[in-house]
Design a protein. Structure first.
Length: 72
């Protein structure tokens, strides 16, 4: 059985959560004026978008798995 969708969805959710955590840190850095908040904000944007891409791929893999089992 194909469990790629499970791997992709788990990785995607972890990346989205991690990216949102980095985003929160970048807000704190900007508020306290203590560092390069723009860099951390950019990293968080990349991480969240990568997580959303993995979630989208997980949906595609799950639909493929369902279609494969229903046509068999």
């Amino acid at each position: 059985m194909n469990y790629k969708w499970l791997l992709f969805s788990t990785l995607g959710l972890l990346l989205v959560g991690f990216g949102l955590s980095i985003f929160g840190e970048s807000i704190i850095i900007k508020y306290e004026n203590k560092g390069n908040w723009f860099l951390w904000g950019t990293i968080s944007l990349i991480t969240v978008n990568a997580g959303l891409c993995f979630i989208g791929q997980a949906i595609i893999e799950k639909v493929k798995a369902i279609h494969k089992t229903s046509s068999s």
